[in-house]
Design a protein around this ligand. Structure first.
Ligand code: GDP
Ligand code: CA
Length: 317
């Protein structure tokens, strides 16, 4: 069985770990958002790819949700003593080794997809981890005062509290899906959109030319799990991203934003039990929609959520 997942960082990584526990024999491909990537101190940082790699490789800082466990920040602190870097964006000492290794391989001429495969060898995440594209794409946020800042600066430094007017993605219009991305969607038995940020994670992947079309035309069912529970994101500030693009922060509004195939990208939508009304409303509009617990509190619970999502589209083996 081939499962393809379109993922941001923490939410998608946790979901994928649960799905892996549910289906240990499935071939799982994760297409990761790379719009959050940035150059810092001369190294390439790929936050979502790293969160996936560490989470699925058993090395993640569990409570934090990203970064390495048993991490220290001596190098970052020492760089700050030179007045360099961003004091609000920490690069842990161990994490920095990942960025140095990635940068060395990129400088040697390997595309990001091959670099990612090489780094993943060490962590054996038990999934095929693909960047959405090998091209350097970055999400920037246009602020009310006209300034344009990197997404991570808006998200981490300003906690998304400065109203965003819109998001722009450098190079996205000409980006090419990384090798294997379109095939993973076309050849899947089921495609899952996990609880990830619908605007800056999944939205960015969908905007890579060819991806939306691949989802519309794949013979696999496409099922999503709502990242919005009870009218709010579970973690993070996805509501600020939804507001910026004029979408209400509700489980039903996010589903309608993705849309139903063939015009949209989904066949079915799983919401939390607290949003059972949203599932009913969507069903009355012709959607396949269900409700269940969707809080990914631990791996067995998350495996159950993955099972509920697959069951909605009849893809539970
Ligand atoms: P990031 O790249 O690490 O910021 O994270 P993602 O793109 O994966 O987005 C995280 C999204 O998942 C946020 O909108 C959260 O509200 C949502 N989320 C996080 N944990 C849970 C959970 O346990 N259940 C559900 N349903 N959503 C969650
Ligand atoms: Ca992210």
């Amino acid at each position: 069985m081939n499962v393809t997942i379109l993922s941001g960082g923490v939410g998608g990584a946790r979901f994928t770990r649960g799905l892996r526990a549910l289906l240990p024999d499935a071939a799982v491909t994760v297409v990761a958002n790379t719009g959050d990537d940035l150059w810092l101190h001369g190294v390439r940082v790929c936050p979502d790819l790293d969160t996936l790699m560490y989470t699925l490789g058993g090395a993640v800082h569990e409570e934090q949700g990203w970064g390495r466990r048993d991490e220290s920040r001596r190098t970052s602190d020492d760089l700050a003593a030179y007045g360099l870097g961003w004091e609000w964006f920490t690069l842990g000492d161990l994490d920095l080794a990942t960025h140095l290794a990635r940068t060395e391989l990129l400088r040697a001429g390997l595309p990001l997809s091959q670099v990612t495969a090489r780094l993943a060898q060490r962590w054996a995440p038990d999934v095929t981890l693909l960047p959405m594209t090998d091209d350097e794409v970055e999400t920037h946020v246009v602020l009310a005062d006209g300034r344009e800042v990197h997404f991570e600066e808006w998200w981490v430094r300003h906690r998304a509290a400065l109203p965003a007017v819109r998001f722009v993605q450098t190079n996205l219009a000409t980006a090419v899906p990384a090798p294997g991305v379109l095939e993973a969607i076309a050849d899947a038995d089921v495609v899952v959109v996990p609880p990830s940020n619908p605007v800056v994670s999944v939205g960015t992947i969908l905007a890579v030319p060819g991806v939306r079309e691949a989802l519309r035309t794949t013979t696999a069912p496409v099922v999503g799990v709502s990242p919005v529970v009870g009218g709010a994101p579970v973690r993070g500030m996805a509501d600020a991203c939804l507001t910026a693009i004029g979408v209400e922060t509700s489980a039903a509004a996010v589903a309608r934003h993705y849309g139903r195939r063939p015009d949209g990208v989904l066949d079915a939508w799983l919401v939390d039990d607290r949003d059972a009304d949203a599932a009913r409303a969507l069903r009355s509009e012709g959607w396949t929609a269900g409700s269940a617990n969707t809080l990914m509190t631990d791996v067995p619970t998350t495996a159950r959520i993955a099972a509920d999502a697959l069951a909605l589209v009849g893809a539970l083996p």
